[in-house]
Design a protein around this ligand. Structure first.
Ligand SMILES: [Zn+2]
Length: 289
């Protein structure tokens, strides 16, 4: 058996970086250090410990098993403030798990679980939120979009002086427009759905989308496990405005080079250029042969 070191792939966007590892059924974790979030936790690689906010999409072990280690290891290293933002229905079982493991370990690490559900906004820090949306995988499963929130002075007030603006505010006048810039959307595991209807997904600079299965005879597996089959991919990506589309969660049953060839065949040229596989580390499928 070939043993390879556990290395995270790195994708650099203009203002943030994505470091991740994602293989279907094995492990999924994507850290965005500048945004202080980790999408899913996988087996909690070292880089995941640095993010203060774990955004957990669902409870499958390959996405969630590192959570107890995350809290225990952060406690061991004296890093405070770790939080896991989790689908509401998982709070009780996760709490039971952390406490049970605490009994195994001899001490329960400090932990903070924040329940969220479809449509919730969670504030990561001032001006940065994670928006939760329902996904089609298991009951209660969620995807997350990290959004930069800015407030821009309305055009009719740009000529006013500082004191005049204060005056308007005192009168209760709304002098700014709220502008949302979605940075990265992570769908987690999901069957196909109309995600491009959601502005926080459609307009995200980077979109992480799972595409687990590729072979014709894996279509049944995709449907049974509520995953994306390559056949679904063109429809899912229709109408998306993302700068980068990053495919995650590819099964070990298909070689990633073969998967890249299939993606190249099935996607229109303009989508091929901006699409890559998280685990191939080379950009654009055309470089992957
Ligand atoms: Zn899953």
């Amino acid at each position: 058996m070939e043993v390879r070191p556990h290395i995270l792939s790195k994708i650099s966007m203009d203002t943030f970086t994505l470091l991740g590892y994602s293989v279907g059924g094995e492990e999924s974790v994507v850290v965005a250090p500048e945004l202080d979030v980790c999408f899913d936790i996988g087996r909690c690689p070292h880089a995941a410990l640095t993010a203060n906010n774990v955004l957990l999409t669902h409870g499958h072990t390959d996405h969630s098993v590192g959570l107890v280690y995350y809290f225990a290891q952060r406690d061991f290293q004296g890093i405070e403030g770790g939080k896991a933002i989790v689908p509401k229905r998982l709070v009780d079982p996760l709490e039971n798990l952390i406490r049970a493991w605490g009994r195994v370990d001899g001490q329960i690490p400090p932990y903070h679980l924040i329940p969220v559900t479809d449509g919730d906004d969670y504030e990561i820090r001032r001006g940065l939120i994670a928006r939760c949306f329902a996904t089609k995988h298991v009951p209660g499963s969620l995807g997350f979009s990290v959004i930069d929130v800015r407030h821009k002075l309305k055009s009719e007030f740009t000529e006013l002086t500082g004191p005049e603006l204060v005056e308007q505010k005192k009168k209760g006048v709304e002098i700014t427009n709220r502008i949302e810039v979605p940075l990265v959307a992570y769908l987690g595991d999901t069957a196909a759905d109309n995600y491009s209807d959601l502005p926080c997904v459609r307009d995200a600079k980077a979109l992480l989308v799972e595409c687990t299965f590729y072979e014709k005879d894996h279509l049944d597996r995709a449907r049974a496990g509520r995953h994306v089959h390559i056949k679904d991919l063109p429809k899912i990506l229709e109408g998306m405005n993302n700068e980068r589309i990053i495919i995650t969660h590819v099964t070990r049953r298909t070689h990633i080079g073969a998967a890249a060839k299939m993606v190249r065949k099935i996607l229109p040229a303009e989508l091929q250029e901006k699409t890559c596989f998280l685990m191939s580390r080379e950009f654009a499928p055309k470089n992957d042969e």
